[in-house]
Design a protein around this ligand. Structure first.
Ligand SMILES: [Mg+2]
Length: 338
């Protein structure tokens, strides 16, 4: 993951350049595409916007621009730091990924879930530049519903890699890499929660994986929507530079009559994905080494109990999800004593 604290520091003094909207023309494969970005977007975000219109995954893109040299290869550079002009055209070289299995295996593994201090988390979500990025994403991105939102249900948002599936191990059948009790978990919590799946990979991968695991065709529950990397935003922090996260505000803005900060919970093995909504995130233990851990992993069984126990509360954001294990124990104790 790229990071550049220098870039973040430079941007914290809000310059008008950084807020300026840029309309860029990208030439690819004999056609021209228009992408709208902003000065405080990073090169990484520009690549996601290009992916949105071309389907070439960001890591497969090579961007060429007159006189810029290798700067466009650094995903963490912010666009206002580059001399981009709307009148000049950018060229993208890259191929649409067909073999997405290969794609996953050669992707670098992100192991460090860096801990951001509490003050910094507050700072990141309240930073005007980050709030603005979220607003822009809300205006530009539309969530496609697979199934209608249900009145009176809470919302559960789930990551895939290491949360529902061990994507680094190999197996003849992907079902061997599925986190144990996945279907039982989804069936049980569906009674109280609408379910969305949000992965930092591409939609092709999300659909393929969820299809292979039978999550999109199980008769006992329905998935409300799938989201991918295109829905993510890059935020700026002082100590960690820039990084990507999954802002729930994007969902809340599109379905305000159903979902909000009080009735939404999100599971992810990477805490930084919650940074724009820290009160709604639960850091799940990563499911790795499926062949070794398949018989012992109980995380989804225990989390089923937690989700059902808290489903009756009117405001989930008042909970500290870090303590989810003791919450279920306490509830069980109270029930025994009653
Ligand atoms: Mg993950």
């Amino acid at each position: 993951m790229a990071s550049s604290s220098a870039a973040a520091a430079a941007c914290s003094s809000s310059s008008s350049l950084s807020e300026e909207e840029l309309t860029l023309t990208v030439k690819w494969s004999g056609k021209e595409y228009t992408v709208r970005v902003c000065g405080d977007d990073s090169v990484g975000e520009l690549k996601r916007r290009i992916c949105e219109v071309t389907n070439v995954l960001p890591k497969r893109q090579k961007l060429l621009y007159p006189k810029l040299g290798p700067k466009l290869a650094d995903d963490s550079i912010l666009l206002y730091q580059l001399p981009l002009k709307s009148s000049l055209k950018m060229t993208m070289i890259g191929t649409v990924e067909d073999d997405i299995i290969v794609d996953q295996v050669d992707a670098p593994e992100i192991v460090d879930d860096f801990e951001l201090g509490q003050d910094e988390v507050v700072d990141i979500k309240d930073k005007e530049v980050n709030k603005q990025k979220l607003r822009r994403r809300i205006n530009q991105f539309k969530i496609e519903l697979l199934n209608p939102c249900r009145e009176g249900k809470k919302l559960l948002v789930l990551d895939i890699d290491y949360t529902l599936f061990d994507h680094r191990s190999t197996a003849e059948n992907p079902l061997q890499l599925m986190r144990p009790y996945l279907h039982e978990f989804l069936s049980a919590v569906y009674a109280e929660y609408d379910i969305m799946i949000w992965s930092a990979t591409s939609m092709k991968w999300v659909e393929l994986k969820m299809g292979q695991l039978g999550v999109l065709s199980n008769p006992n529950y329905k998935i409300t929507a799938l989201l991918d990397h295109i829905a993510m935003i890059t935020v700026q922090s002082d100590s960690r530079g820039i990084f990507d996260c999954k802002p729930l505000g994007l969902i809340w803005a599109q379905f305000p009559e159903f979902y909000n900060s009080r009735n939404t919970i999100m599971f992810d093995d990477l805490r930084r994905n919650f940074v724009m909504n820290p009160q709604n995130g639960l850091t799940i233990r990563p499911f790795r080494k499926a062949h070794t851990n398949r018989d012992s992993d109980q995380e989804l069984v225990n989390l089923t109990q937690y989700l059902l126990a808290i489903a009756e509360l009117s405001d989930l954001s008042l909970l500290n999800h870090k303590n989810w294990e003791s919450y279920t124990e306490d509830t069980a104790k109270r029930r025994r004593h009653n």
